[in-house]
Design a protein around this ligand. Structure first.
Ligand SMILES: Cc1cc2nc3c(=O)[nH]c(=O)nc-3n(C[C@H](O)[C@H](O)[C@H](O)COP(=O)(O)O)c2cc1C
Length: 384
């Protein structure tokens, strides 16, 4: 991978006059959980599954991983697919399971399930702008009702001993930028950390993340504040850390470059960022396929942390009628293969962006019908 010529080193960082100081050094603590690095993988629905998180973690430099958002309703009802979204493995620790929902009692119950699964942290989604979520008084619409949002945090913090954290946006729209106020309220309600994606719900992904607002939030609370948004090169991660948050969670940048956190750690240590070759990139996808194909196959007892499955008649009815299809992980081999191909298509939409021939490669992967074919295409593209 080519890196920009102006590499920021730890020496440059030290030479900057009086940069804002993060509150908790370069090893922030979330409650009693000490992070080995101030950077981690942001939650991304459909993307940050356990296999992907494990692979990113193995590259190094990653202090925290967060699951895809998981429905509190689905957790409480024991719906198969929801429980699988929440699964993690020991090597991912510390791991945060993100849940969404709007009912304080149900969110508290879901937090207990998350704690029962042995997760290190339970995170609340207050940033999702998608109407399907936000119209149910969950996700970012909670930012429009800060008292209710704080009541959810309070109910969860009373219910569990693990740290409860909140991920929010800047606010609902330009007229309702309230991340600093909400951060103070959730801190008072018992939150152990907050992450702020510096865009409004209305913006979705337009414009850019407002890191000066994130810095303002960091000034106003005493719990750790993580910033999120637009770090696509390791230099961006280092630069953003200098603006005042305690840590940075990287989203799309990790999907394009799973080594970005390791490279940021290189830069922070004063080394050149490690070089990632096309072969490394091909190997990553092949390993991702292997992990997905072998999910649960031949795993040692206790390898995977799962929630107890509750047999639910309604779930069975729904799974037969469509919206809650049974998970590919329990499906026969053919179903799993299709699921793996779809997973590769989803990741590749980000992963191959900006590479010569990437567009043709994406089209080819999107038309591939089997894992064997996907592997061949990866071989041709990355190992030619
Ligand atoms: C595909 C995708 C899925 C996402 N899913 C979630 C989610 O489940 N929960 C959440 O809090 N944020 C979610 N986000 C937002 C990211 O965590 C992150 O805050 C945002 O993308 C900005 O950071 P970035 O520019 O580094 O991607 C998602 C983002 C993307 C691109």
């Amino acid at each position: 991978m080519s890196l920009p010529t102006s590499v920021v080193t730890a020496t440059d960082v030290a030479a900057t006059p009086d940069p804002p100081q993060p509150k908790s050094s370069n090893r922030p603590r979330i409650g009693r959980i000490a992070l080995a690095a101030p950077v981690g993988v942001a939650p991304m629905a459909g993307m940050t599954d356990t296999a992907f998180r494990r692979l990113v973690k193995r590259q190094g430099g990653c202090g925290l991983v967060v699951t895809e958002m998981v429905s509190s309703e689905g957790l409480v009802r024991g719906i198969d697919r929801t429980l699988e979204y929440a699964e993690y493995t020991e090597e991912e620790r510390p791991v945060s399971i993100q849940i969404f929902g709007g009912d304080p009692a149900k969110m508290a119950d879901a937090a207990r399930i998350v704690e029962g699964m042995g997760a290190d942290i339970v995170d609340i989604n207050m940033g999702c702008p998608v109407p399907k979520i936000s119209k149910h008084n969950a996700g970012c619409s909670l930012m429009r009702d800060p008292r209710h949002a704080a009541a959810i945090v309070e109910a969860m913090a009373r219910a569990v001993r693990i740290p409860v954290t909140v991920k929010m946006r800047a606010g609902w729209n330009d007229d309702e930028i309230n991340a600093p106020v909400l951060a103070r309220m959730v801190e008072d309600a018992g939150a152990a950390a907050v992450t702020v994606h510096g865009r409004t719900a209305k913006q979705a992904y337009a414009g850019s993340s407002d890191w000066s607002l994130i810095a303002l939030v960091a000034e106003q609370v005493s719990i750790p504040v993580f910033g999120s948004g637009d770090c696509v090169e390791p230099e961006h991660v280092i630069d953003r850390l200098r603006t005042g948050p305690d840590g940075v969670l990287v989203g799309r940048g990790v999907l394009r470059n799973p080594w970005i956190l390791a490279q940021a750690a290189d830069l922070a240590a004063g080394r050149d960022a490690r070089v990632v070759t096309m072969r490394d990139r091909g190997q990553f996808l092949l390993e991702y396929i292997e992990l997905l194909m072998n999910e649960r196959v031949g795993e040692a007892e206790g390898f995977r942390h799962t929630a107890p499955h509750i047999v639910d008649e309604e779930e069975t009815a729904r799974s037969e009628s469509g919206p809650y299809q049974r998970s590919a992980l329990r499906a026969p081999a053919r179903g799993r293969e299709r699921w793996v191909v779809n997973k590769l298509r989803a990741l590749n939409a980000w992963y191959s962006k900006g590479y010569e021939g990437g567009s043709n490669f994406r089209t080819a992967i999107n038309h591939a019908e089997s894992v064997t074919h996907v592997r061949e295409l990866i071989g041709e593209f990355f190992y030619k």
